[in-house]
Design a protein around this ligand. Sequence first.
Ligand code: TMP
Length: 231
Amino acid sequence: MSLFITFEGVEGSGKTTQIQHLKRYLARKGISCKVTREPGGPPISEKIRKILLDPNHRKLTPFSELLLYEAARAQHINEVIKPLLKKGTTVLCDRFNDATLAYQGYGRKIDLTLIEKLNHLASQGVKPDLTFLLDCPSDLGLKRAVQRNRISKNEKEGRFEREKIQFHHRVRKGYLAIAKKEPQRVRVIDTRAGVEKVFEKIRAIVDELIVRSSPARRKKSLAGGELGVRS
Ligand code: TMP
């Protein structure tokens, strides 16, 4: 059994911490999993990440930005995500297709249908089994992200942390709209509850998914037309 689980959210929503908690939890259960991220993953995509997040790249146009995110994804899917899933390894990915819809679509106002098509091409139709949308008000998330950068001595703000607050409001609204459209896959978790409570919720949802995707249940659910999970 391999699961593909993605984490999404505005800046400073606490994805990285929750991914590490989940990785340890799955390891204790004997489920082998790998953590990866977007933009990034394989070396080529990590290089593209550097281009995308460099605050000096003020001239990067929204369309070039979109294509670079998709290029990084195409490489990531091919080199990392698909081979891992094929091997039966569970993949925990920090951001994926939904981030492009939220940031480039709702945030930058690029046509959503175009982004959906590019997402589909770049990801070769691979869809997450489950997505956690770690939600918090954009201003709170931004404050946390700026603090985090100071603590890690990474004083430089990223290109996105520099965006006006209205941009971040649109991104959050976009994420919530995606969740409303696909409530089965995208589970919204309010991160204001605190790290421990948030992880309790994540763990319960993942446990449910694991039961649902066990081989015996899967056979039954496929016969009954229930949402299938990769085996
Ligand atoms: P991170 O800080 O969560 O690693 O994400 C890097 C930044 O890239 C973050 O500001 C969100 C942004 N992003 C997009 O704008 N579009 C995308 O498709 C992805 C994957 C990330």
